[in-house]
Ligand binder design. Sequence first.
Ligand code: PMP
Length: 360
Amino acid sequence: MSRGYNFSAGPAVLPEDVLRQAQAELLEWSGARASVMEISHRGKDFIALAEQAEQDLRDLLAVPSNYKVLFLQGGATQHFAQIPLNFARRDQAVDYVLTGDWSEKAAKEAKPLAQVRIAASSADSNYDRIPARAEWNLDASAAYVHVTPNETIRGVEFHDIPDVGGAPLIGDVSSTILSRPFDVSKYALLYAGAQKNIGPSGLVVMVVRDDLLERCPKDIPKIFNYAEHAAQGSMLNTPNTWGWYLAGLVFKWVKAQGGVAAMAARNRAKAELLYGYIDRSGYYRNPVEKSARSWMNVPFTLPREELDAAFLKQSEAAGLLALKGHRAVGGMRASIYNAMPLEGVQALVDFMKDFAARNG
Ligand code: PMP
């Protein structure tokens, strides 16, 4: 058996070069005479690795100097709760824009901690679009505005960063970070679970503006306090050292590919190939409004649900893995993150053509 093309939504495909390097240095990393997983996070070797990974991410995203980069744990889900805990008072309004399942979950987790307002939502059209900015009903006094620039389940993506006026903009960029260039300074805080474009699960990368950190309350446990994590260089407690190491390798890989602009050119070509075929096929269907279609997650349905099982079985046999759609949507979903090569998407399209011809 050989490695297939892995279309999993996350944990997701990692660059093969990165996996090979990790394999080659698994037993003895650098000059440590031990695995990178077996050495102290406070030793000078690991600290150098950690600093280099941070610098590479700063370079890739052009992070301004008045932002901290944190390497945290807990998954994006923990931060759905930790963000309101740090940046809003219980009696304060926080604005959430609902564009799919993940923004819904983020808003739900904030409910016990602040006055959650739904500033806009496309739930009424089954999350098939981004509500137009003119429809957003923002509270000028809100502690922050929360958006999910890419909804991993429905495959809905913001292609521009909205202007939200004075309130700090917070973005859950779990499934879009590093896929294309964007202006970090439009956000006060960005966070991403690593298991799509960064590395293994169990690591969360956060980019946060210094003035926001000044809001972190002193009366919450330190382990939940972002300002404490920032003050201690994300080493308040033992970090996910293995995740940090792999993220560092992925950042180097993205740089070697030509950086985020090169990733964007490749991601655009992959998305155009797949959506172009779906639209022309008259067989497969993607329900998302064209202007809001994700470059990273492409859900599609077959003409009859009875065909799904055969499609999944045969695609898997052809080495095209993990195409089953999320249970909330049904059908299929192809996640085509940075590490998915164009050849993988071409192989998928070729299979889809053949399947349609055989099951018309
Ligand atoms: N936000 C988005 C956009 C996601 O795609 C996911 C997971 N797929 C999450 C949050 C939750 O991440 P985690 O499972 O790491 O908590």
